[in-house]
Write a protein that binds this ligand. Structure first.
Ligand code: RTP
Ligand code: MG
Length: 141
């Protein structure tokens, strides 16, 4: 299985709930390594740029308003099959549909305030990682 990198964001709701450590523990237990991390208060323009792929969707404005409602923790995770593994740990987008034991089932309140973001493919992971981290601030090990 290939070693991959994925971009993980703990969204404002989960940062406000003070569960950053609990979420990071799940990544570590699944053999995902944190190789870069920063806490960021996104500007509107930064959030719009990050979610540009959803710009035409009806939920875009709510999504952007939510993502700028407080600081987020942005992390690069590395490990075997990291992209899908991280998506599995997150659970379904709508926490009501997320499997028991997933991050969204345990920590998210709604489809808008859904605790975490994760890249959905290798190409988007590369773009999203570069959006937040210069190559020299990523510490693979
Ligand atoms: P994310 O990008 O945040 O990891 O979430 P995702 O892949 O599971 O879901 P995606 O389709 O990429 O949607 C991005 C975020 O937009 C909000 N959303 N709201 N009201 C709705 O129907 C709706 N659909 C999506 C969610 O907060 C989702 O995480
Ligand atoms: Mg997505």
């Amino acid at each position: 299985m290939a070693i991959e990198r994925t971009l993980s964001i703990i969204k404002p709701d989960a940062v406000a709930k003070n569960v950053i450590g609990q979420i990071y523990s799940r990544f570590e237990a699944a053999d995902l390594k944190i190789i870069a991390a920063r806490m960021v208060q996104l500007s509107r323009a930064e959030a719009e740029g990050f979610y540009a792929v959803h710009a035409a969707r009806p939920f875009f404005n709510d999504l952007v308003n939510f993502m700028i409602s407080g600081p987020v923790m942005v992390t690069v995770l590395e490990g075997e099959n990291a992209i899908l593994k991280h998506r599995d740990l997150m659970g379904a987008t709508d926490p009501k549909k997320a499997e028991k034991g997933t991050i969204r089932a345990d920590f998210a309140d709604s489809i808008d305030a859904n605790a975490v973001h994760g890249s959905d493919a290798a190409e988007t992971a590369a773009v999203e990682i570069a959006y937040y981290f210069p190559a020299l601030s990523i510490y693979s090990r």
